[in-house]
Design a protein around this ligand. Structure first.
Ligand SMILES: O=C(O)[C@H]1O[C@H](OP(=O)(O)OP(=O)(O)OC[C@H]2O[C@@H](n3ccc(=O)[nH]c3=O)[C@H](O)[C@@H]2O)[C@H](O)[C@@H](O)[C@@H]1O
Length: 284
């Protein structure tokens, strides 16, 4: 055995090797760190000095601090569960109305809700979500002027409001024909439940094609009875009533498979299909 290979010397050799490896690693780490674009800013931030103070130009540290402050505020807002809502007008107690919108989670109803909320009113939506979707009104959920109730208007609802917009009803043919009895109940019993006061949609010079037994009768007749009831309440109980008959409304939030003419046309056009015009275009 030579002196070089003796045990103490072998141990010293091992330690020297390890020290060289550690030094190389530290050297590589330092080079890598100085190549990171944020390293200078982080160093400045940690030492509390701005770029301007250090180099006499720029002010990048102050920008970074501003960004950090903004991010902190965002995190705080998220932690507090605060949501950013569309801007609403402020109405005084005298002008602000408590408004109930039945079917407010539906296509037309949800746009009405947007308008009323932005005008500064207190809005309560009642919907059984048969065709409506929470997502149509989710941008208001949690707002102090907004309330969403999962309720079927066929059952009475005791709630004190100044106005009611009554839109709860399946509107597209496949939906209202799915359960004709329920459609009739919603438009008759549901309307009675809401009459105190009442406003509901359907150009008043249109008198329709009356067919009390056809597949669409559940909707048509239901709406007719609902109108008759509204005016009976107006005459007998002095309930202030407005009736709006809307036709073939279309726009954002409409169901793709709504089944009515405009959405059918749009869908067919988008799919590069022929557009279906029934009865020689006499009626949609
Ligand atoms: O064009 C029209 O004449 C129709 O316009 C709108 O209907 P629309 O918004 O197009 O249809 P949907 O998106 O299906 O909205 C109806 C809402 O009523 C709700 N609904 C339906 C049925 C029911 O029993 N209860 C109830 O709350 C649905 O969930 C839905 O949110 C009105 O809501 C209908 O009353 C009207 O008949």
């Amino acid at each position: 055995m030579t002196l070089w290979n003796s045990l103490p010397l072998r141990m010293i050799r091992k330690k020297v090797k390890m020290a060289v490896v550690c030094l190389c690693f530290l050297l590589a780490l330092t080079v890598f760190y100085h190549q990171l674009p944020v390293s200078a800013d982080v160093t400045r931030l940690l030492s509390g000095r701005s770029a301007g103070a250090e180099g006499g130009e720029g002010g990048g540290g102050a920008d970074l601090q501003e960004e950090l402050r903004k991010m902190e505020n965002k995190i705080k807002t998220l932690e507090q569960g605060k949501k950013i809502y569309p801007e609403v007008k402020f109405l005084t107690y005298k002008d602000r109305k408590r408004i109930l919108v039945t079917g407010g989670a539906g296509f037309v109803g949800s746009h009405l809700v947007d308008r009323l909320m932005m005008q500064g009113h207190e809005v309560t939506v009642v919907d059984n979500f048969f065709t409506g979707r929470k997502r149509n009104v989710e941008h208001w959920v949690g707002h102090e002027n907004f309330e969403l109730l999962h309720h079927d208007i066929v059952n009475p609802l005791y709630i004190e409001v100044d106005q009611i917009y009554h839109l709860a009803s399946p509107a597209s043919p496949p939906n209202y024909m799915y359960n004709p009895i329920k459609t009739l109940k919603t438009n008759t019993l549901g309307t009675i439940n809401m009459l105190d006061p009442e406003i509901h949609p359907q150009n008043e010079d249109y008198w329709g094609h009356v067919n009390p037994i056809g597949p669409r009768a559940c909707y048509d007749e239901g709406k007719r009875v609902a109108e008759t009831m509204c005016y009976a309440y107006e005459k007998q109980e002095n309930v202030e009533v407005r009736v709006a008959r809307i036709f073939n409304t279309f726009g954002p939030r409409m169901h793709m498979n709504d089944g009515r003419v405009v959405s059918n046309f749009i869908l067919q056009a988008l799919q590069n299909e022929s557009i279906t015009v029934r009865m020689g275009g006499q009626r949609p």
